[in-house]
Write a protein that binds this ligand. Structure first.
Ligand code: UD1
Length: 425
């Protein structure tokens, strides 16, 4: 098992290159299943979730290879084994994104009930229901979903999602690209990663368009072709480095990210008094640490994009420990996503857990080093940020969760001046 050892208190300064977005690239790898021609993805992050999905696609019978560092070529000629084993499913919830593409292209797939971060129940009923409305038969037995399409293939449908779901939207829209007739998705997700996927599908010959904020319309075609696509920059990684600059009193320029995707986060920065320069044309965001610790408390409620991202409330809690007054967090998307706060308390944070979705944090507090552990990806980023802020040395275990979604996080932090080491323990 590996751990991070971090000695905090150093202002982080310099420039950091943001990698391609995890929550886009995994869906794009799945989209390559929709055609028998090669697809080339650029700006692919070197993270373990990509490695897991890559291995899974190889096991199904597809060719996947890295080219020139950050490019990945995927060639889904034939599915020799349309089956996702339980081990892959529990390692990565996003494996369920193969449901739509596999059904649309090969007419069948067997998938395990997905795992992923332990941040709540995370059902997949909306994915299943959307595909059923397109004609699929899906039976759940012994922990697996056995899915098949009618002989004539999937057909278009009008699907109105009762809850906004990112992967549910993506699964349905990928299936619809090869379905017969027109599909209309209402109450569809609006995340920038969904739009980047729409762009890639368009490049593959799909007839797909966002016709209103929460409506996507797709006219099915007989076949898609190969494409080349550059994955958009990871807004969550950019926000992580922005907070690293703000809490350590440094100044960090993040490149390779579109600041227009960071609206809700930048509005929180405005409210807290964090200075930044957002350059949309240059795809950079520069964030400066608050002079004399002058951060103001803030109330944040998570919501689907363009609201404040649930993925980012945990890292934000570190900033709240450094702000003057009482801040509050309302988590509306997932239950069980406040567990990291107990670890922050061990580092000296003043936290009141009102209930499982609502917490208050009072600052400013001088955090101190501690031995802490991680239960999921964003909680991992949170503890790293807390350790960078704290006086003394912290030891963080469970860092394999961080490797799922952050490319070379310690190398990037070291380049900004952080004292962080990865050790075998
Ligand atoms: C994606 C992101 C994740 C992010 C989340 C919300 C990926 C790989 N992951 O996850 O990082 O935190 O969006 O922005 O892109 N729900 C159901 N039934 C379903 C599906 C979802 O009830 O079939 C509920 C969920 O429990 C949750 C809400 O819908 O309360 C939103 O979840 P969803 O948007 O689907 O999350 P993911 O796509 O899994």
């Amino acid at each position: 098992m590996q751990k991070f050892v971090i000695t905090g208190g150093v202002p982080l300064s310099g420039e950091v290159r943001i990698a391609g977005a995890k929550n886009a690239v995994l869906k794009m790898m799945a989209a390559a299943v929709l055609t028998d021609q090669p697809c080339l993805l650029r700006n692919v992050p070197n993270i373990s979730d990509v490695a897991i999905l890559r291995e899974l696609l190889s096991d199904i019978g597809f060719e996947v290879r890295r080219i020139n560092g950050d490019a990945l070529e995927l060639h889904a000629v034939e599915a020799t084994w349309p089956f996702v084993p339980l081990e892959a499913g529990v390692k990565m919830r996003a494996s369920f994104i193969l449901l739509g593409p596999m059904l649309a292209r090969f007419g069948r797939v067997i998938l395990p009930n997905p795992g992923g971060d332990r941040i709540g129940r995370r059902p997949v009923d909306l994915h299943v229901s959307a595909l059923e409305q397109m004609g699929a038969t899906i039976v759940y037995r012994n922990g697996y979903y056995f899915a098949s399409a009618p002989e004539a293939g999937l057909h278009g449908a009008h699907i109105d999602f009762p809850t906004v779901t990112v992967m549910g939207t993506e699964n349905a829209m990928m299936a619809a690209t090869l379905a017969q007739g027109t599909t209309v998705l209402d109450n569809a997700a609006l995340e920038p990663e969904v739009d980047d996927l729409i762009q890639m599908l368009g490049g593959m010959g799909a007839r797909i368009e966002r016709t209103a904020d929460r409506r996507i319309e797709i006219d099915g075609v007989d076949a898609l072709h190969g494409t080349e696509h550059r994955v958009l920059g990871d807004r969550l990684e950019a926000e992580t480095f922005a907070i690293a600059a703000a809490v350590t009193g440094g100044s960090v320029k993040a490149t390779g990210v579109d600041p227009s995707h960071l609206g809700a986060f930048l509005s929180v920065c405005d409210q807290m008094g964090i200075a930044y320069e957002a350059d949309a044309a240059g795809s950079t965001l520069t964030v400066h640490g608050a002079a004399n610790g002058g951060l103001r408390a803030v109330d944040v409620r998570t919501d689907p994009y363009p609201g404040f991202a649930t993925d980012f409330q945990a890292p934000l809690s570190v900033l709240m420990t450094q702000a003057q007054g009482t801040s509050s967090i309302h988590e509306t998307i997932f239950e069980d996503r406040l567990d990291h706060l107990l670890e922050l308390v061990r580092m000296g944070a003043r936290v009141e857990l009102v209930d499982e979705r609502h917490a208050r944090i009072t600052g400013p507090t001088q955090l101190h080093g501690a031995e802490v552990g991680i239960a999921d990806l964003r909680a991992g980023a949170t503890l790293i940020l807390a350790a960078l802020t704290a006086g003394g040395t912290s030891v963080i275990s469970g860092i394999e969760h961080v490797d799922r979604g952050y490319e070379q996080i310690e190398a990037k932090l070291v380049a900004l001046g952080a004292r962080i080491n990865r050790i075998e323990a």
